[in-house]
Ligand binder design. Structure first.
Ligand SMILES: Nc1ncnc2c1ncn2[C@@H]1O[C@H](COP(=O)(O)OP(=O)(O)O)[C@@H](O)[C@H]1O
Ligand SMILES: [Mg+2]
Length: 311
């Protein structure tokens, strides 16, 4: 049997002979994981350290897969992760991609992502928390459970907080079901660090800590271009210059949320463009419909009220 035929083989097949050779290029090819990497590179600007970690995890799983073909016993690698970073740095987006990757690499059966927060896991009354948490886990089984702002599960100031019940169930599942469920906890770095200090059980079950840095103004500019192109819009040259200035100002203001603020800003600029076109009441060309002009950008309150956050 050639190595090419073996690469998709599951564990129940005959192990390979001790002197067999498996071509890792072929294994890589057959996993079709390159497509996901290409998509990741295209869809996500920057995030180089994050992308590198994703490739490392993929390599680990591919090698683990080949090791199994040689009957080299080892524990299933633990893949629970923690994504830390400020809002809008891409944590949720990457978690979705991670679910796809883990599925392609046969680590999880289905590859869906169930995204929850404390309120989805913890009940208001006695006896409600365990069924709630178990229901969420059941939905996530075979995929990825993404717990956003996971530190809210732990409220040391409330002596009998129901969060503790959820924590205990999660810890158990993370230990016992780690070959069919990956848990990704996300949130601000400092709060997550404190959460792990008080809950060392989580820290020891999490294999990969990945930090999402804030984007640079240049990266935010590229993100805006990508987002616009995806929706068949573009900036005029003057609008592009204006938007670079917008980014600089917006970054200084409260509640700045990286790529999320960019997306929100673009939505508002599209509204202004539509209003401008409609009020002119003339005929429009394809170019008119696709172009955001400097006026659409500069009408933002970011340019007049330096401390207003929701302009
Ligand atoms: N590197 C990036 N390139 C392009 N778009 C991005 C990037 N990072 C985030 N986004 C976009 O910004 C928005 C917020 O990202 P999200 O993953 O929800 O951030 P977080 O979960 O860290 O708050 C989403 O619309 C996402 O598609
Ligand atoms: Mg998020």
């Amino acid at each position: 049997m050639s190595s090419a035929e073996d690469t998709t083989g599951r564990d129940d097949k005959q192990p390979l002979a001790d002197d067999a050779r498996v071509d890792l290029d072929v294994v890589f090819e057959e996993s079709q994981i390159q497509e996901v990497f290409d998509q990741l590179d295209h869809d996500l600007i920057g995030l180089t350290p994050v992308k590198t970690r994703i490739r490392e995890i993929a390599a680990l799983l591919l090698v683990d897969h080949v090791r199994r073909q040689f009957n080299l016993a080892s524990d299933t690698p633990t893949l629970h992760m923690c994504f830390t970073g400020n809002p809008g740095t891409g944590k949720t987006t990457v978690a979705e991609r991670m679910a796809q990757i883990l599925h392609k690499l046969n680590y999880v059966r289905e590859g869906h992502l169930v995204s929850v927060t404390r309120d989805d896991l913890v009940g208001q009354y006695i006896g409600h928390t365990a069924p709630k948490t178990k229901e969420v886990i059941k939905r996530a089984m075979g995929g990825v459970l993404f717990i956003d702002e996971a530190y809210y599960l732990y409220r040391p100031e409330n002596e009998r907080d129901y969060g503790q019940e959820s924590i205990e169930i999660l810890l158990q599942v993370m230990e016992n079901n780690r070959d069919d469920l990956v848990v990704i906890m996300a949130g601000y770095k400092d709060r997550m660090d404190r959460f792990f200090e008080s809950n060392p059980g989580f820290r020891s079950r999490i294999a990969h800590h990945i930090d999402f840095p804030d984007y640079s103004p240049d990266e935010l500019g590229s993100i805006s271009q990508l987002m616009l192109a995806d929706e068949n819009y573009q900036f005029s040259d003057e609008a592009k210059t204006a938007f670079d200035e917008y980014i600089e100002r917006r970054m200084q203001q409260p509640h700045f949320a990286n790529a999320r603020s960019i997306r929100n800003a673009l939505d508002r600029m599209r509204l202004r463009q539509a209003k401008r076109l409609f009020e002119a009441r003339g005929s429009v060309t394809r170019r008119d419909l696709t172009t955001l002009e400097a006026a659409d950008v500069r009408a933002s309150r970011v340019f007049v009220e330096p401390l207003n956050s929701d302009a």
